[in-house]
Design a protein around this ligand. Structure first.
Ligand SMILES: Nc1ncnc2c1ncn2[C@@H]1O[C@H](COP(=O)(O)OP(=O)(O)OP(=O)(O)O)[C@@H](O)[C@H]1O
Length: 789
């Protein structure tokens, strides 16, 4: 845009609220983007220190105001748009025709019905867009402090923000009115408006690595450093009186929220079979009508009737064949449906989708929080002693103070909001089970370094640790947090115990992930067996790892260090076992859907065996049905990509392996594929099997065995360890197979999938989030049959 800058006479046009500028060099119109494309991460720290007033004004001309305003059309405008619909024009034609034919009563009825339907639909459309406008504009702050460089700050209306502005996030939070990347300080954010999930999320500053060429990408890799428009910053954290600053990367309709609002205002025309069929249906009716017309003309001519009568009678046949009250019926139907949904606690922001819901043939469910309870109960913990698993300890308070207990007390992103501990339900249960105290000391951090934000300590007296000289209370300060992301499947913290010079790193996450980061000699021999034992029973298992950091690592280094560089060489500490109970409504709904011949699929971020066990418990997989795990590995130095099939719950003697592309050709037929194994053949015949695969295999199959993917998806029921992107890809794949697909999830890692699906239903307390077309207030899957009905 600097290039555009130098030329005062630039040409641009606005399409669906986005600006496209003429590029003289490329001789084409180009979409105007903010700093979200092509800017290096390091540049945010080195290049952006605040614009001068002049620079700001110039940029504002290019980017336009930072506003997302939903236009509420006047009744007249809506009427013109509504009435210009081809169906209504046909209706007008029919009514005129009937009037000419002295056919007043019926014409009168149709006029009456149509007027009512138009009035109702205008009223509802207007109400809808007012709701959308209010939802979009809710609690916007009007001014923000921006940096003008050299330590000068100024208040600026948020509508004037431009990409590149350095804004100060107020200490007590604010509603974000632009997308911005955090430079300094931490922020606790409620992203429910965008994700539907109201668990507070911690955002940390973008690491400052001057030597890195990494390009900034706010929507995936660098999400955890980005504050999104429409989300509520609840609190900020920084040490002393330092300001928490962020660089604006996108404004107005280019922000994530703007994008979502645009998706509602300008829905992608869906290539939906219903419309094609509707057109075909009308064509067939016309064909029948024209036969009638020809017959009519012939008989009337032979009888020598007048021309007027012939025309009237002939055209009348068209109005008999094509029902003129159709549009009125459709509009009224949709409006009633929307109201009925509302009564059932389901909010719909995109009424045209309602028609599609009746055609749903496959529903994907997220697991945790959707099929199973969100607030998992702690079943127990399994710590290690001399590299061996101990028995399950039900109350972590019985454990001696040591790395395991400290990990449970520190490795979370909980935060105090108005005196109450808030955060991920899993973190909350884990921390509460330790019976430790969490203190957020605010500005008073003198005991540690000047910079420790949060302290945890045991409550009981015995837990005081007595050193050689003084009695020092056992307290651990959480120096830095690497937040949890679904894609990384883990989180960690850097901590310092009072009195220690050395810092520690505690990591918790998916067992497979944590184990891969641990020194292999620290894993007990029976690690896989024990993990398998718990996951098979449907428990949700989380692993803990620990490492003492280099004594040379001081506070400043700790603040800058890359998580990949220290989340390695860990010592394995043990497992946390969480109960994963189904919501009581889950199983009946799953049975009901299956009885209606609607496919049910699970897409979860959790462990494969846990997922299979939950699928069995909720009757997604019936007792007599088998589950075949599809395990695919990418090519390595010695071998090509391989697919390996094995029963999930039987010994491994039924496995068979397929490698190389030629073989994969051979396997593309199910009979050939499984025919190598007697048992497998039986299964195919009985048709009573389900495929289960994890995210890694899904990726490999997509890349190396694309011809097999449709076949796997047709029989795939359990998709475990799926990243948020993969959930979306799965929905696309099912859509490619011709299914009308619904997705029901509870937010965060399902957002992509909720948007991709034909009907995305988000379970959320937030009245309506822009995350998906349907939002159900009741947090269970009973809403799915309601939506389908
Ligand atoms: N707060 C957390 N801290 C550390 N690890 C976690 C945390 N929450 C989840 N995990 C681990 O990361 C994995 C992936 O989590 P993710 O949120 O993507 O999916 P999920 O919650 O398991 O399931 P679903 O997709 O069904 O909601 C989990 O299975 C768990 O092992």
């Amino acid at each position: 845009f600097f290039f555009l800058f130098q030329r005062p006479h630039t040409r641009f046009f606005v399409h669906q609220y986005l600006r496209y500028f003429w590029s003289h060099e490329e001789r084409a119109f180009k979409l105007l983007v903010g700093l979200d494309k092509g800017t290096k991460c390091s540049e945010f720290h080195s290049e952006f220190h605040g614009y001068s007033e002049l620079e700001q004004r110039q940029k504002l001309k290019i980017f336009g105001c930072n506003e997302i305003v939903v236009e509420v059309k006047s009744y007249f405008k809506l009427l013109v748009e509504e009435v210009l619909n081809p169906f209504y024009i046909f209706q007008l034609f029919s009514v005129i025709l009937w009037m000419c034919d002295d056919y007043y009563y019926y014409a009168g009825c149709i006029i009456l019905i149509s007027v009512i339907s138009i009035v109702v639909s205008l009223y509802e459309t207007k109400k809808q867009s007012i709701t959308l406008r209010d939802m979009v504009a809710s609690h916007e702050v009007n001014v923000m402090t921006v940096s003008r460089g050299d330590g000068v700050f100024e208040e600026l209306p948020t509508s004037k923000l431009v990409p590149g502005d350095v804004v100060v996030i107020p200490q007590h939070g604010c509603m974000m009115s632009c997308d911005a990347v955090l430079l300094v300080g931490n922020c606790i954010v409620n992203e429910s408006m965008l994700t539907g999930e109201s668990v507070p999320v911690t955002k940390t500053p973008l690491p400052n690595q001057s030597d890195s060429d990494e390009v900034f990408s706010p929507d995936d890799v660098h999400k955890r450093y980005t504050l999104f428009c429409g989300t509520q910053v609840i609190q900020t954290r920084y040490y002393g009186a330092g300001k928490v600053t962020a660089v604006v990367v996108r404004t107005g309709y280019s922000t994530t929220k703007g994008e979502l609002v645009r998706a509602i205002l300008f829905p992608k025309p869906m290539d939906f079979k219903f419309y094609q069929d509707a057109i075909r249906f009308v064509q067939v009716l016309f064909l029948i009508a024209s036969i009638g017309m020809i017959y009519n003309i012939a008989t009337f001519l032979s009888r020598g009737e007048s021309a007027q009568r012939i025309i009237l009678r002939t055209l009348d046949i068209v109005t008999i064949c094509v029902p003129p009250a159709l549009p009125a019926a459709m509009t009224v139907g949709t409006i009633y449906a929307q109201n009925r949904l509302k009564k059932a606690g389901i909010f719909c922001i995109s009424p045209p989708r309602i028609n599609m819901c009746g055609k749903l043939k496959c529903i994907c469910f997220d697991k945790t929080g959707t099929l199973t309870e969100d607030g998992l109960d702690l079943f127990g913990v399994v710590p290690l002693q001399e590299n061996r698993f101990l028995h399950v300890v039900q109350h972590p308070t019985d454990l001696p103070i040591g790395p395991f207990l400290t990990a449970m007390a520190t490795c979370h992103s909980l935060t105090m909001i108005e005196g109450e501990l808030k955060g991920d339900p899993l973190d909350l249960k884990m921390f509460e089970s330790t019976n430790w105290l969490l203190e957020e000391p605010g500005q008073d951090t003198s005991k540690f370094d000047i910079m420790v934000p949060t302290i945890v300590k045991p409550i009981t007296k015995e837990s005081y640790y007595s050193g050689d000289t003084d009695k020092i209370a056992f307290e651990v300060g959480i120096v830095r947090q690497f937040v949890f992301t679904s894609a990384l499947q883990r989180m960690s913290v850097i901590t310092r115990t009072l009195g220690n010079t050395q810092m520690d790193l505690y990591c918790k996450g998916a067992p497979e992930k944590v184990a891969s980061l641990c020194k292999q000699e620290t894993l007990p021999e029976d690690y896989s067996d024990v993990l398998h034992r718990f996951t098979m029973k449907g428990f949700r298992v989380i692993a803990l790892g620990w490492r003492q950091l280099d004594p040379k690592l001081n506070w400043h280094h700790a603040m800058r260090v890359q998580r990949e560089n220290i989340e390695c060489e860990l010592t394995f500490l043990g497992l946390i076992i969480m109960q994963n109970s189904l919501k009581p409504e889950t199983t009946p709904v799953i049975r009901q859907l299956k009885a209606a011949n609607i496919r049910v699929v699970m897409a979860t971020g959790d462990n494969m065996h846990t997922a299979i066990s939950v699928a069995r418990d909720c009757a997604m997989v019936d007792e007599e049905e088998k589950v075949i795990m599809v395990k695919a590995s990418p090519p390595s130095k010695n071998s090509e990509a391989v697919i390996h099939w094995e029963y999930a719950e039987v010994n491994l003697d039924n496995e068979l392996t397929v490698s190389t592309a030629e073989e994969s050709d051979a396997v593309s037929d199910h009979y050939k594929l499984l025919g190598n194994s007697y048992h497998a053949l039986n299964i195919v015949r009985a048709d009573a099997y389900h495929f289960a695969l994890d995210g890694r295999s899904f990726g490999v199959v997509r890349q190396y065995f694309p011809e097999l993917l449709p076949k796997i998806c047709v029989k795939g029921t359990i998709f475990a360890r799926m990243s948020p992107d993969q959930k979306g890809q799965l929905i696309e794949q099912l859509q490619d197979l011709g299914y009308v697909v619904g997705m029901c999830g509870d937010g965060a890692n399902d957002c992509g999938a909720l948007k991709t699906a034909h009907a995305g239903i988000s379970l959320s307390e937030a009245e309506a989030s822009v995350a998906s077309p349907f939002t159900s207030k009741t947090p269970n899957i009973e809403c799915v049959p309601t939506v389908i009905r």
